[in-house]
Design a protein around this ligand. Structure first.
Ligand code: 9MR
Ligand code: ZN
Length: 745
């Protein structure tokens, strides 16, 4: 902070704008400003400044900068001002955007916003208090002209839109309207950001009421012979008990009555719980659980086909995520996208690379090899294990071609992955994306240059594993393609043999801000590649390389970052026997049994401890379901099957959030999903598993709304919460495996 200047700006210009929109409508330039103010009249409002460290007395704490095509440095000067040293304004108005998150704006309240600014050059820029997600529209903003004189910008406004617990304060310092084309290097200085709540008498109580209920069930339903458990909860420390009824919602008839059992304090959700076991109800129908003390559950169905539509939609998601071809759908149809050639990052080779095809990764349109390999592998494993249940008539372009549609869908990804391999070295590019994430647009509207990020050993090893798997899976339907996949896998392995782990792994080049899928450890990926290569080829050379690894050093998981369990499963199903088999088997079942113990410990039956609610925790749940089914494949055991089912029930509503985490299914399901096509169309695409609770609160919205929530309850259905409410292909893929497994077992 430049204390001596606090309320004595050389020129004080006040913008008095009493509605949100009007600040933004003010013409540029001080000559148009409504009123000159004197020092006396700018007594700051009292109360708490909602902008912490708005005077930079604590350096750049809370202050960040976003760049997209522009170049700038953000520093605090000796005078205590934030200096933005601009070297290139770029082409977009937000090409350079210093910002601050961590305040809220409440509907109906009046605020006074102000800051001081001066610059070494006269230029325009736009300050904004905006929605931090979706279309990023401004609640209040203005285009201002700055120059060497210190200007005190103020704006009084009323928040007229619904309350926003996590807006963003930012300044668009890129090529703003009115900026001269030849704006050279310059600096802009900011100080004394202040936001005061000046009148709360008009506050509109828009606190979102919770839709959660106290009796949670699988909102999609149960197979007739399945174990059926509802979880009843109350405040921590209370005793949960009493009677419950199962009521047929069509006839209102009580079909079953029971007593709540197993009262306990549930750690991860920090609540008291008990169990309503209604497994005895097997007759097809729609029901709800009713109690006197805890209200009612959402409705659910019992029947043979309860998961059929869900499975179809969860698989169709992959079709709707297709990149590079026109997709047909009543709502989410899109044109050919991302079909221009990609440049290679930092490469002397200037020719463009064809990278068309594959699935968009997630809510963004990037295509990432490690993520794609996991998703493709899950679907191929689903096919290898439960292949008979897949038809050729699901309405994708390849339907009717004599090949099960699930394989056609995987092939769409594999064809793209093959393009990601450098034919000369066998190394595989880590990803192909633009420099930054786009706005809430349909995919064909993201038209910036595609860039192939550097080759990585994790991408190359995951690629080798998935291609070796594909060589096996496609052998029966397309021998030539199978051979192509095997050749690609072996070439990738050659690259890996010549490229030891560098201990750093892939890191985003500084100009690229899309997903990193960073991973320093590639031993588990190499292990998986070798296991699949051996399982497919039965080549003793791969087996002996595999056996050089002490399996106890391989981390077990079915994630995108840790893939050891895929390798163990491939090896355990390869036909080899002996001591090494025993060691791998022990390691595999240790992991499965550790997960089983967690599932048995948790009231909701989910195999997560308090420490496991991380970004994409729903993937961990689906992965654990898959792990239990794999364990049952290797050593049939009812306990694994029951635990697998519980993972599914958790995802479909038996959880502390009362959410069925799949869009379009159940009574309470995510609506405001961080998924660009859904945002662009204003409706959530159906059949997507969202990320779920993330106790690390990894986005500003989650930080603003979930700071006191127990780990399992760190979930919010809001488009701004990308760490809770995004979707990905590799979250849907283990979910497809789990669903298919439950339907088939
Ligand atoms: O799923 C990924 C999660 O495990 C990481 O913690 C997170 C941050 O690195 O990234 C997630 O992956 C995102 C990817 O980087 C870009 N596309 C969207 C993915 C889901 O949020
Ligand atoms: Zn695309």
């Amino acid at each position: 902070m430049r204390r001596w200047k606090r309320w004595t700006a050389f020129t004080m210009v006040a913008l008095l704008c009493m509605t949100m929109a009007s600040c933004g409508k003010k013409p540029t330039g001080s000559e148009d400003m409504s009123e000159e103010q004197t020092e006396e009249s700018t007594e700051g409002p009292t109360g708490e400044n909602l902008i912490e460290n708005g005077d930079f007395s604590d350096g750049l704490t809370n202050w960040m900068i976003y760049t997209e095509g522009g170049t700038a440095n953000q520093v605090v000067t000796e005078d205590g001002e934030m200096e933005i040293q601009v070297t290139d304004v770029g082409t977009l108005d937000y090409a350079i955007q210093p910002y601050y998150d961590g305040f809220s704006l409440d509907q109906g309240c009046e605020y006074s916003y102000s800051f001081d600014v001066h610059a070494t050059t006269e230029r325009t820029m736009q300050w904004r208090l905006q929605l931090n997600g979706g279309d990023y529209h401004a609640y209040v903003s203005d285009l201002i002209t700055v120059n060497e004189e210190v200007q005190h910008v103020t704006c009084d406004f009323v928040m007229e839109e619904p309350s926003d617990p996590a807006p963003r304060l930012c300044i668009n310092m890129g090529m703003a309207e009115g900026c001269p084309e030849d704006l050279g290097e310059h600096s802009v200085y900011f100080d004394n950001f202040a936001l005061y709540l000046t009148d709360s008498s008009g506050r509109v109580d828009s606190a979102t009421e919770s839709n959660a209920v106290s009796i949670n069930v699988d909102q999609v339903g149960y197979l007739p012979d399945a174990e059926k458990i509802a979880v009843v909860r109350a405040e921590a420390g209370s005793e949960v008990g009493g009677a419950f009824d199962v009521v047929n919602t069509e006839t209102d008839e009580v079909v079953f009555s029971g007593e709540l059992t197993d009262p306990k304090e549930n750690t991860a959700s920090e609540e008291a719980t008990a169990i309503a076991d209604f497994s005895e109800v097997t007759e097809a129908g729609t029901y709800k659980i009713v109690t006197e003390q805890y209200g009612e559950s959402f409705a659910f169905t019992i029947g043979d086909a309860v998961y059929a539509d869900l499975t179809d939609q969860a698989i169709r998601l992959f079709y709707l995520q297709r990149c590079g071809e026109a997709v047909e759908d009543e709502i989410f149809a899109h044109d050919v996208c991302h079909s221009e050639g990609a440049i290679r990052y930092n490469s002397e080779q200037s020719s463009l690379v064809d990278t068309t095809g594959g699935w968009h990764d997630a809510g963004d349109y990037g295509r990432y090899t490690v993520a794609g390999a996991k998703a493709a592998a899950d679907l191929m494993l689903t096919y290898e294990t439960y292949g008979d249940s897949f038809g050729d008539d699901t309405g994708i372009p390849e339907s009717g071609n004599g090949v099960p549609d699930l394989l056609d869908e995987v092939r769409y990804e594999l064809d793209w992955m093959l393009k990601m391999q450098d034919p000369d070295t066998g190394g595989v590019y880590h990803k192909v994306t633009c420099e930054n994430f786009p706005g809430s647009v349909m995919p064909e509207e993201e038209t910036n240059q595609l860039i192939l990020a550097p080759i990585s050993t994790t991408a190359t090893a995951d690629f080798a594993a998935a291609m070796a798997m594909a060589a096996r899976v496609f052998e029966g339907t397309d021998a030539e393609f199978s051979q192509t996949c095997l050749t690609a896998a072996e070439l990738a392995w050659t690259y890996l043999e010549q490229t030891p782990n560098d201990g750093i792994g892939f890191q985003n080049p500084s100009s690229i801000s899309t997903g990193a899928y960073d991973d320093k450890e590639d031993m588990d990926e190499r292990y998986w590649a070798l296991a699949e290569l051996y399982k497919t080829t039965k080549d003793a050379a791969y087996l002996s390389l595999l056996k050089e690894y002490d399996v106890n050093e391989i981390e077990a998981a079915l994630g995108w970052q840790t893939v050891g369990t895929y390798g163990m499963y491939a090896y355990l199903t390869s036909g080899d026997t002996g001591d090494y088999y025993t060691a791998v088997e022990t390691k595999f079942f240790d992991a499965a049994d550790a997960a089983l113990a967690k599932a048995e410990e948790d009231a909701y039956g989910v195999a997560l401890g308090s420490e496991d609610y991380c970004w994409g925790s729903n993937m961990s749940v689906a992965n654990n379901g898959m792990l239990f089914l794999m364990a049952d494949q290797l050593k049939p055991d009812e306990a694994y099957l029951a635990a697998a089912e519980k993972q599914l029930h958790y995802l479909l509503g038996t959880n502390t959030n009362s959410y069925c985490f799949v869009t379009g299914f159940g009574t309470l399901s995510p609506q405001s999903v961080h998924h660009r096509p859904s945002e662009a169309k204003g409706v959530a695409m159906t059949g997507m598993l969202v990320g779920g609770p993330d106790a690390a609160l990894e986005d500003p919205y989650a930080q603003a709304t979930l700071k006191d929530a127990p780990p399992a309850a760190c979930y919010v259905d809001n488009v701004q919460s990308y760490s809770c409410n995004e979707i990905t292909i590799y979250w849907n893929s283990p979910f497809v495996y789990l669903l298919t497994g439950i339907e088939n077992e």
